[in-house]
Design a protein around this ligand. Structure first.
Ligand SMILES: [Zn+2]
Length: 145
């Protein structure tokens, strides 16, 4: 799934669950069922990456983070919400690090294989719709609380 829905779901979890010791691990775990939802995210690119792939990734991450910054700015638990959102996207960051650095440590390879195998990737038309619906639901939960 794109970064923005993951970030928003993590932020919503951080908003709804006031205890960061619970919200942050739950946000991390939220990543996996979301990746299993049929979605489109452009696939799992391998190095050497195209410039457009890098720019799309940076744009997606920046958009999601900026949105969360704007929404949570000044809230009492802003830092906790941000930490939850980062925890929610961290499996993709771990995956990217494993891929870019070609890390061979067995536990990381097991994680990478699991993460790639749970992907519910489909075409962009319906796949972007499911990502958008996920993002909107998380956004509403984040704004409501
Ligand atoms: Zn993922």
């Amino acid at each position: 799934m794109l970064s923005t829905p993951h970030l928003l779901v993590g932020a919503a979890i951080g908003q709804i669950i006031p205890n960061p010791a619970l919200a942050i691990p739950l946000s991390f775990l939220s990543h996996f069922p979301l990746d299993a939802v049929p979605h489109w995210d452009g696939g799992a690119p391998k190095p050497p990456f195209k410039l457009t792939t890098v720019l799309k990734t940076i744009l997606d991450l920046s958009f999601g983070l900026a949105l969360i910054f704007v929404i949570t700015s000044g809230k009492q638990r802003e830092l906790s919400i941000l930490a939850s959102s980062l925890a929610a996207i961290s499996p993709d960051i771990i995956q990217g690090t494993i891929t870019i650095l070609d890390l061979k440590w067995k536990p990381l390879k097991v994680f990478a294989t699991f993460h790639l195998n749970i992907q519910g990737r489909i075409g962009p038309v319906i796949g972007l719709y499911t990502s958008a619906v996920t993002a909107v639901i998380a956004l509403l939960l984040l704004l409501k609380s």
